[in-house]
Design a protein around this ligand. Structure first.
Ligand SMILES: [Zn+2]
Length: 81
C-alpha cells in the first residue's frame, strides 16, 4: 500500500501491544470507555502473547495506518442519519 501522505511504499506489519484504546480523550487511569466518548480499537490485556494489530508503517514519514474496523469501538455509530 502507498502512503497517503508521501506516496512511499509502506511496510506491512503488526503493532504488538498490550491493552490499548484509541479515544477522543486521554485516559489517565483506566483503559475502559466511559459511554460518552468516541473510541475505537479497544484491546484487552492479552493472556499470553501481545495483541497483534495488522497495520502499515511508512519508512519515509514514519506514519502508521491501522484499519480499526475489525475491533471493538463505537466511533461513527449513529452518525449516518
Ligand atoms: Zn509516508
Amino acid at each position: 500500500m502507498k502512503c497517503p501522505f508521501c506516496d512511499a511504499e509502506m511496510v506491512h506489519g503488526y503493532l504488538n501491544c498490550g491493552a490499548a484504546i484509541w479515544s477522543d480523550r486521554k485516559h489517565k487511569i483506566s483503559l475502559l470507555p466511559d459511554g460518552k466518548e468516541q473510541y475505537a480499537l479497544q484491546l484487552g490485556t492479552p493472556m499470553l502473547s501481545p495483541n497483534h494489530v495488522e497495520s502499515d508503517c511508512c519508512p519515509n514519514c514514519k506514519r502508521i495506518i491501522i484499519d480499526s474496523s475489525g475491533y471493538e469501538g463505537n466511533i461513527g455509530v449513529g452518525q449516518s442519519e
